[in-house]
Design a protein around this ligand. Structure first.
Ligand code: ADP
Length: 920
């Protein structure tokens, strides 16, 4: 065993004799205080030095002595003189504390006793005194430790949060900490020595009855008295503290009881927390009871721990289909063994097992539970408590019938809305805040040529035509900033690059708080509308043009009708003044005849226009030779041409060209063209009429070297009432309807007409194209018949206008005929019977008996059947002609009767209209 220097000092420190601890090789390991004091050396400096350095004797002598000592357990006596403050000769008593071993040196304890006896006695006295002093120091030290210990105890007691009171075995207070002071209201000074029962008064919290003092109990029982709950401490000032307390006896080392310690604490806060917890629990129960859901809490095995009112109520009312679902029952088992057809109990059980085992945190199932009376749906949920405690699962069943019905209604409404969306003839698109399309209908996809997938997510601006981007962004910007819904006419770019013109009605989609969330646009394709509007504009412009021309026409018409009136009036005046001067009378007659013809032509033209406009112009087509029609037109036009001094050149093909036309109407066409050529040429001009066969067609051209037509007006000369401005002064009585008639009549014949001119002053050419008859047969032209010799006839003229009847009769007489007149229907029959005419010219609108009836009655007379009866009527339509024919008339002339036409008719009477050739 080795001795550590610390252990050496522990026991050698207080000894009065100087003692050293050395290694076997003579090194000083430690020395005690007596050494320091006796020899005047410093223990610290000596430690580690060789003993030989501290003594006078030669080192080898010292080494020998130490070797001996190191080998002996017995004290080895020796002597040496210590060199310290002085040189002091000492007796040495060395012994081995631990022998030398293989690994460590020996340790030697050396006691040195000074040799001088007197000095030794004095020294002994001194040592005694020092011993006493040391004893005193040790006691002081012990006291100091005790004080410190007591202070530590006090500090500890003071610093702990509990109240602590100690008593002696009689239960009198020996100490009290500050917490106990403040709770009891007693200071340590006041309480010290008092019986605890005076200072520490406790009562039961509920009964307020005093409870047994715990200290007395602890002293009596000799062991710890445990915490007593729900007691209250009544403080000196009457304050009441809810407290917990315990007491334990204080025992000495031998186990004897020397007092008691009481520990107690204010539990106001804890009680409050407990109360709050209690309230929370009650609140929890009230809350879950107030819920309409049926709620149960299950333990880790699925046993029902707790249920709410809803659960209990439902279980009672419906008996859970015969299953007991009360607290204590295993709900999972109930569900697994259920035969309830209504609820999907197997699925519920499986879900519950998953949640209980922690395989999933939540299980939900919506299931039907229909009763005979009503359809019901429930939502079952099972979820785990998230708590570190034992596994708990909350199960709830909610009646969701109404929600499902509402969802169903919403779904149906959505379906309807979707149908409307898809059936809408307008494109409908919804976009989010950024303008990305989130919903599009089929029509919109169709309008743009994209598929729905291509459009969804695309920005509306991407399909907006570049010209509409800025106005669209501006308008949408205003909408997003709270502006009103708007309508915009804009253009979109289709997928194929074409442009779509559209009207977009745009409305904002806003949150209930009014925040802008996007837009809905209803887009109408207005391409067709724009086209129609454009068409309408064009028609309106044309109508206004036509209207303007009509106004001009009326003015012209008034002018043209007035023109002949003045010479006629003058002529009448002349007749009155001329008396019987035959030359003057003849001159006036010619003048009036010319003017009258002019007016009749005007009125004829007007009536033709009206007939054509209303589709009532009927052609009386027959097979004729073109040359005869040309001849007829030229003859009629010749007086004007000659009056103007024009030279007319006619060039017709050698062979006869057969056409099937209404000869009167075609002659009218050519007459119009010839008259125009004459009218719109300076005097002594040139006019050419040519006819050239082109395959199956013949082109009849009337050309002049006259004033010409501005090329930009060529298209409109055929319009109704159209007159070229510069030509007006040359119009010589025209209404701007001649060419219109020409065109319509030619078209009715299946032909066409063209106007050509190089411009003003270059002359004009009008070409009429007509289809030719391929197989021409011999013509029996009326022209030949017109050549027949005149034969005097007996003619009855009937008209209610005496002027007309008398003037016509006079004219016929002048031509060598025998005449008779009548002025109403009855007179006519009588005259026919008495006069026996060859020809009767009979007006239709007659007094007493109208023309139709008069005709029928005349036919009934003996000679009536052989008479030629000619109707003269203001009406010349086909229906009028048919009617007169049906009434027995042979021919129909339109008033005012053209004498020449009448003459031609009378001349042809024998060959064409003789009664024997009539079928009836
Ligand atoms: P109008 O009664 O005015 O002659 P038309 O219908 O016959 O009516 O002709 C229409 C217009 O065409 C005339 O007013 C005239 O300006 C122009 N026109 C017709 N024929 C000729 C022509 N041969 N040379 C020049 N202008 C002509």
């Amino acid at each position: 065993m080795t001795v550590a220097p610390e252990s050496f000092l522990l026991f050698a420190g207080p000894l009065p004799e100087p003692m050293l601890l050395l290694s076997g090789s003579g090194l000083v390991l430690a020395l005690n205080q007596a050494c320091e004091e006796r020899f005047g050396v410093d223990a610290l400096k000596c430690r580690g030095k060789r003993l030989a350095c501290m003594v006078v004797e030669p080192p080898d002598e010292i080494a020998r002595y130490l070797l001996l000592s190191s080998r002996s357990r017995q004290v080895v006596l020796g002597g040496m003189t210590v060199r310290g403050r002085d040189e002091i000769a000492c007796r040495a008593q060395g012994s081995a504390v631990s022998p030398k071993t293989a690994g460590s040196d020996a340790v030697i304890m050396l006691r040195l006793v000074p040799k001088q006896t007197a000095a030794g006695q004095f020294l002994a006295l001194n040592l005694r005194i020092e011993e006493l002093a040391r004893e005193i120091r040790r006691r002081k030290h012990a006291e100091q430790l005790a004080i410190e210990h007591a202070e530590r105890l006090q500090t500890t007691l003071a610093s702990i949060g509990d109240g602590v009171i100690t008593t002696d075995t009689d239960g009198r207070i020996t100490s009290i900490n500050w917490v106990a002071e403040s709770l009891t209201g007693w200071t340590a000074e006041q309480a010290s020595g008092l019986p605890l029962t005076r200072v520490f008064i406790v009562v039961n919290e509920t009964t307020l009855q005093p409870v047994e003092n715990p200290v007395q109990r602890a002293l009596k029982l000799g062991n710890v008295v445990g915490l007593a709950n729900h007691t209250m401490l009544i403080a000196r000032d009457g304050a009441v503290w809810p407290i917990d307390h315990s007491a334990a006896p204080i025992r000495k080392a031998d186990g004897g009881i020397i007092g008691c310690v009481l520990v107690f604490r204010d539990v106001t806060e804890r009680r409050r927390s407990e109360q709050q917890l209690d309230e929370a629990v009650r609140f929890y129960h009230s809350s879950i009871d107030a819920l309409t859901s049926h709620i149960a809490v299950l333990d880790e095995n699925g046993v029902i721990l707790e249920v709410n009112h809803g659960w209990r109520d439902f279980a009672e009312r419906y008996d859970f289909a015969g299953f007991d679902c009360a607290v204590g029952v295993n709900y999972v088992t109930v569900c697994e063994t259920s035969s309830n057809e209504c609820a999907d109990d197997r699925s519920i059980a499986a879900g519950l097992r998953d949640v209980l085992a922690g395989r999933m945190p939540l299980f939900e199932l919506e299931y039907p539970c229909h009763s005979p009376k009503e359809e019901r749906w429930f939502l079952m949920r099972a979820s785990r408590f998230k708590s570190p405690g034992p596994v708990r699962v909350v199960v709830s069943h909610d009646d969701v019938t109404q929600r499902r019905a509402a969802q169903e209604r919403l779904r149906a409404s959505n379906m309807r809305l979707f149908s409307v969306l898809q059936l809408s003839p307008a494109g409908i698109v919804q976009a989010d805040v950024a303008g990305r399309m989130t919903l599009v209908n089929d029509r919109w996809c169709q309008m743009l040529g994209y598929s729905e997938a291509e459009l969804l997510g695309k920005n509306i601006i991407e399909v907006t035509h570049p010209t509409s981007v800025t106005p669209t962004l501006d308008a949408v910007g205003r909408l997003a900033a709270g502006g009103a819904d708007f309508q915009i006419l804009k253009t979109y770019s289709r997928k194929d690059g074409s442009v779509l013109s559209a009207q977009s009605n745009v409305a904002a989609v806003r949150s209930p708080q009014g925040e802008y969330e996007g837009l809905i646009a209803v887009v109408l394709d207005i391409t067709e509308r724009l086209r129609i509007e454009e068409e309408l504009r064009r028609i309106a412009s044309e109508l206004s043009d036509a209207d303007r021309r009509k106004d001009e026409f009326l003015a012209t018409l008034a002018h043209e009708l007035r023109n002949p009136l003045a010479p006629i009036r003058n002529g009448l005046e002349l007749l009155r003044l001329a008396g019987g001067n035959l030359n003057t009378v003849e001159g006036v007659r010619k003048l009036i005849e010319r003017q009258l013809n002019q007016m009749v032509r005007l009125v004829d033209d007007l009536m033709d226009v009206s007939r054509i406009s209303t589709g009532r112009l009927q052609l009386r087509k027959e097979r004729v030779v073109l040359a005869s029609v040309v001849q007829s037109a030229v003859e009629t036009s010749r007086p004007l041409i000659e009056a103007m001094g024009h030279v007319l050149t006619i060039e017709l093909p050698g062979q006869a060209l057969d056409i099937e036309v209404d000869p009167v109407r075609l002659a009218q066409v050519l007459l119009n063209l010839l008259n125009n050529a004459a009218k719109y040429s300076e005097r002594n001009g040139r006019i050419w009429l040519t006819a050239v066969q082109h395959g199956s067609e013949v082109a009849v051209a009337v050309r002049d070297a006259g004033i010409g037509i501005p090329t930009d007006q060529l298209d409109r000369v055929f319009d109704m009432f159209a007159q070229v401005e510069r030509a007006l002064d040359k119009s010589q009585g025209g209404l701007g309807i001649g060419l219109c008639l020409v065109k319509r009549i030619v078209e009715l014949h299946g032909g066409r007409v063209e106007a050509h001119s190089q411009g003003v002053g270059t002359g004009s050419e009008f070409i009429v194209w007509l289809p030719l008859l391929v197989d021409a047969s011999v013509l029996h032209g009326r022209a030949e018949r017109l050549q027949e010799a005149d034969t005097p006839q007996r003619i009855l003229v009937v008209d209610d206008s005496r002027d007309i009847a008398d003037s016509l009769a006079s004219m016929l007489r002048l031509l060598g005929n025998e005449t008779c007149t009548a002025y109403d229907g009855e007179e006519a029959i009588a005259a026919a019977d008495a006069f026996r005419p060859d020809v009767v010219i009979l007006d239709i609108g007659l007094p007493k008996l109208n023309g139709y009836e008069a005709c029928l009655r005349i036919r009934d007379l003996d000679q009536g059947k052989s008479m030629v009866i000619i109707a003269q009527s203001g009406w010349g339509q086909e229906t009028d002609r048919r009617r007169t024919s049906e009434a027995g008339f042979d021919h129909h002339l339109v008033k005012p009767v053209d004498p020449e036409a009448l003459m031609r008719l009378l001349r042809s009477k024998h060959s064409d209209l003789a009664p024997e050739s009539r079928s009836s």
